[in-house]
Ligand binder design. Sequence first.
Ligand code: SAM
Length: 176
Amino acid sequence: MAKEPLNERIRKFYDRSTPLWERVWGEHLHHGFYGFDGQGKPSHSQAQVDLIYELLKWGGVEEAKNILDVGCGVGGSACYLAEHFRARVTGITLSPVQIESARQRAAERQLSNSTEFMLADALQPPFKDHSFDLIWSLEACEHFPDKAKFFRECYRMLRPGGILLMATWCHRPEPP
Ligand SMILES: C[S@@+](CC[C@H](N)C(=O)[O-])C[C@H]1O[C@@H](n2cnc3c(N)ncnc32)[C@H](O)[C@@H]1O
């Protein structure tokens, strides 16, 4: 039997599992920052927020007006970025369940006017050239089967001088 297309499998995975992630991890489906030595003791939810700010610091991002969050999950980062930069943030994901949750979260934080969440594929993003000054992608790129295409799309969508800030799962080469 032919395997289901990858994006369909990812969609099903997140549609089914997102309510569980939200119960366990809250509004961020990413890991936390516990200091550079890993010994910090913030609450886990605070560590997830700290990771956002640590990444911004690391990337030297001081301002942004138009942000794209690729693989936005349930919109946690998008809401923080919209508030922090007073920016317009567009989040894309493959999961309708996540879109629903992200829109609800944004509404609760009075951010419906500055955020937008839509179903779209990171490798075929429906945005014009030079649309964004920051592209953010946190713990999502590990899913994208063609990383080179993703980078080309980011280059196309970023305005000149714009920034791609991405953190993703990696592993070292392993012995056979
Ligand atoms: C572990 S979650 C991370 C969510 C979010 N970035 C966060 O930090 O809370 C991975 C996300 O990547 C999204 N994703 C995976 N493949 C994608 C693709 N090809 N296009 C768009 N989103 C994708 C999933 O739908 C999910 O929202």
